[in-house]
Design a protein around this ligand. Sequence first.
Ligand code: IPE
Ligand code: MG
Length: 229
Amino acid sequence: MDGNGRWAKKRFLPRIAGHKQGVETVREVVKACSELGVGYLTLFAFSSENWRRPQEEVSFLMGLFLGALEREVEKLDRNGIRLRIIGRRDRFAGEIVQMIERAEARTAHNTGLTLTVAADYGGRWDIMHATQSLLKARPELVHAGFDEADLEPFLAMAYAPEPDLFIRTGGEARVSNFLLWQLAYTELYFTDAFWPDFNRTALEAAIASYQQRERRYGRTSEQLIAGGA
Ligand code: IPE
Ligand code: MG
């Protein structure tokens, strides 16, 4: 979700007004995904590097996050949405960690859309953390070695399939330390729309673009047509 600040600047508003408007887009996109039957939606809300922003902006974003956790969870639950938060927890205030745990527990039984919010998340952190956790759980692997399948259960999104479609708003064409491991075969989609201007129609356009793609996973087009698995 990128472009909140520029959306605000264009309107001669403070950056935080863009973040506030961005929450409205989150509501619309979550609703649309839920209605469209999307299984998993993962939003990159706050990266490991976003702590470097001015302290005022960081505080505002934390307040928004806490407010959303307080206000929206009941509605998510009513709509059968399961909420998960991925990323480091040790740098958040205690009350945020508490709200995260409560929100996850409350929606854990839901079977509709799984909504994941990546907060204090970084793709490199995820891989490092998974490696450390794996070796802690199975120290014998330090010498025996291990493979991808050994590591995957320890990654932050082990509960979800790998993403089919990645959408970045705001005109930059980079991944910025999002789900590095999980994006290996994901279709990438970049749009100039600022996040607060993104909406259901824009989401449908991204999905339509995805539907035009041929996913070959290293094979040739001819192999796919012949149905060779
Ligand atoms: C994305 O919008 C929101 C967060 C990272 C929290 P930005 O704040 O990055 O907006 P721009 O890139 O400055 O326009
Ligand atoms: Mg940005």
